[in-house]
Design a binder for this molecule. Structure first.
Ligand code: M6R
Length: 606
């Protein structure tokens, strides 16, 4: 989604702003812009990639030491120079970059137009600088505080006023903003990755807070305009973690990182002796968890698929009924909850607007709210009562890979933890944990030797794909289809293998290949019948199965072998070929794997 960078300091602002925008590119955008203040105030905007903006800037590089910049992901108004941020008032003295959506923009625009304000874009954002201009009486901090009482909706904002050039104003409501405190410089961004190169000391603004920042000073106010004290926190991620480390794409790097990221997810969290998981983030709620009678998992996209795997695990091994909800729907339900319900939000970014809205609602209703989140300090991690961090470092590729395997691993740990609080035996606890700890080596083994690139070459021209699986691997069918769709733009659908015959099998012909996830597990024979059904209708079949199971070679057109593990942990291994297949198809087709069209890494709007 949109990205924000702001700089005020002793150094030239332009390189910092452009570098920051490049770091935020992975979030997805369609246009960008910069406003920079040196001898004069200059603005530059472009449609397309950052290199287009650089072309527009050309030799005009300003010496200014204060500036704001933005990458826009269109919501109100098509991608165009006019709609790109920063937006300004009628005089051009007030410049604003904004993430989020101002819901009452239409009525504010009408009101301001009647007062004579001239608008130049179709965006909701443009009402903000005009409103500031309308109310400004010489104190930009006070004016912005007044404006924040009027605008409704979600925002992360940075404001610059030419009449008070020694400060930037920052405000947050529902759209993240981080203030990096450096040595004689302050860098503001919507994501820490744009700050890390300059400082690891940051302040996370909470919803309703506003800050006034200079190069060596800052003041933070709460929603009631009181000055408040904020802690400066240290970011644990390193700058190297946001480089490709020699891989052609972040997605490939993140796929290959999985043996290590998975280990980081369970390191220090396994007690073999007691056959249980040690989840430090849940210690304070452990007693309450013992009484939990129902779990609702709330998530979006890939995280939702993880939740579905978790549903099978938690019901089978911990004996707790589980429902998995799309956060975008859950937020509009009136769920029946009580003190014995735990709601688990799963989110890599910790900033997904729908997931956040879902948990805010249930918190009011008394349920225990837990998070499985990767981004430390993110909004969801702070809004939940307790939770578990993934510890996999930043995931940059829009297509989520290492987050999926880590989230399933955390759900497995949670299953053991809750199971051992209930009826799970010591032996079973030990067995699951042992198998889990063996997985990094097995992923490594698969990554070193597989036939996925060859299979991708063979099938990359297909226009449709079906992905099928049962039980623990059914959610993987949806995940495999999502991965292929989002980066290769091929139509793909995920099915429960047994559902195909109830209608969708009508689609199958020799141009419509099917990807079966059919490990040698408790439902293998059932999958086999479904594979036969597809073959009888001339459909090509690519099957993922367990190493050593040669029987599929007689039926399927192509077979991919994954190492053996426990049935409940198979999704962690079986997702790797699906990730690699999507990656290679997209690469062969020449698409921008890390920045797929129309998509954003962190979806901070509804
Ligand atoms: O940051 P989150 O885990 O909350 O994101 C949820 C989805 O937007 C995300 O998983 C999305 O589906 C990915 N692009 C899938 O690869």
């Amino acid at each position: 989604m949109c990205g924000i960078v702001g700089y005020i300091g002793k150094n030239k602002a332009m390189p910092v702003l452009l570098d920051g925008l490049r770091k935020l590119e992975y979030r997805g955008y369609d246009s960008s812009g910069v406003a920079i203040f040196g001898k004069t105030l200059q603005t530059f905007k472009a449609v397309g990639k950052i290199k287009e903006l650089e072309k527009v800037i050309g030799k005009n590089k300003s010496d200014g030491t204060i500036g704001i910049a933005h990458t826009r992901w269109a919501t109100h108004g098509k991608p165009s120079k006019a709609n790109a941020h920063p937006h300004s008032d009628c005089t051009g003295k007030i410049q604003v970059v904004h993430n989020g959506i101002i819901e009452n923009h239409a009525e504010l625009r009408e009101l301001l137009k009647k007062k004579g304000h001239k608008f130049h874009s179709q965006t909701d954002t443009e009402v903000i600088p005009h409103l500031i201009e309308d109310l400004y009486k010489g104190d930009i901090t006070q004016t912005l505080q007044e404006v924040l009482q009027i605008i409704k909706g979600a925002y992360g904002l940075v404001v610059f006023c030419q009449d008070e050039p020694e400060k930037l104003l920052v405000a947050r409501c529902g759209s993240p903003l981080v203030i990096g405190i450096g040595k004689h410089e302050t860098v503001i961004a919507s994501d820490v990755s744009a700050i890390l190169q300059h400082t690891k000391q940051v302040i996370y603004l909470e919803d309703g807070e506003m800050a006034e920042v200079g190069y060596d000073n800052f003041r933070v106010f709460d929603a009631k305009r009181n000055l408040i004290k904020k802690d400066i926190e240290s970011v644990l991620w390193n700058i190297e973690e946001i480089s490709k480390k020699g891989f052609e794409h972040f997605m490939l790097k993140e796929i290959f990182q999985q043996p290590e990221s998975l280990k980081n997810s369970f390191n220090g969290r396994i007690s073999f002796e007691n056959g249980t998981a040690k989840l430090g983030g849940l210690t304070e709620v452990a007693d309450r968890l013992r009484d939990v009678e129902r779990i609702i998992i709330v998530a979006c996209g890939t995280a939702w698929h993880d939740g579905l795997v978790g549903e099978y695990m938690l019901e089978e091994y911990a004996g707790i009924p589980v429902e998995v909800e799309w956060a975008s729907e859950f937020r509009y339900r009136n769920p029946i909850l009580n003190k014995r319900t735990a709601v688990i939000a799963i989110s890599q970014s910790g900033e997904t607007a729908d997931t956040l809205a879902g948990i805010k609602e249930v918190k009011n209703k008394g349920a225990l709210v837990l998070g499985i989140v990767n981004s430390v300090g993110s909004t969801i991690s702070r809004e939940t009562d307790a939770g578990v961090y993934n510890h996999i470092g930043p995931e940059i590729s829009v297509a989520s890979t290492k987050a999926f395997t880590s989230q399933v691993a955390i759900l497995a740990l949670l299953t053991v933890f809750l199971g051992r609080q209930r009826r799970m035996s010591l032996v079973m606890g030990k067995r699951i944990l042992k198998e889990l700890s063996d997985l990094p080596e097995k992923i490594d083994e698969f990554l070193k030797d597989n036939n996925i690139e060859r299979i991708a070459k063979k099938y990359h021209k297909a226009k449709n794909f079906a992905f099928l699986g049962r039980k623990y691997c059914q959610p993987l069918a949806n995940e495999g289809a999502l991965k292929l769709k989002e980066i290769s733009y091929i139509h793909a659908e995920g099915f429960a293998s047994g559902e195909m015959k109830h209608g969708s099998i009508a689609l199958i012909d020799k141009k419509f290949p099917s990807f079966f996830i059919a490990p040698k597990d408790s439902v293998y024979e059932k999958n086999l019948s479904n594979i036969e059904e597809i073959k009888s209708r001339s459909g090509d079949v690519i099957a993922i199965t367990t190493k050593g199971n040669k029987s599929l070679e007689k039926i399927a057109d192509d077979v991919i072998y994954i190492p053996k593990t426990l049935e409940m942990l198979t999704p962690i291994l079986a997702t790797i070929p699906l990730q690699l297949f999507a990656y290679h198809v997209a690469r062969i087709k020449g698409f921008d794997v890390d920045k797929p069209r129309n998509l954003a890494k962190s979806v901070t709007v509804e």
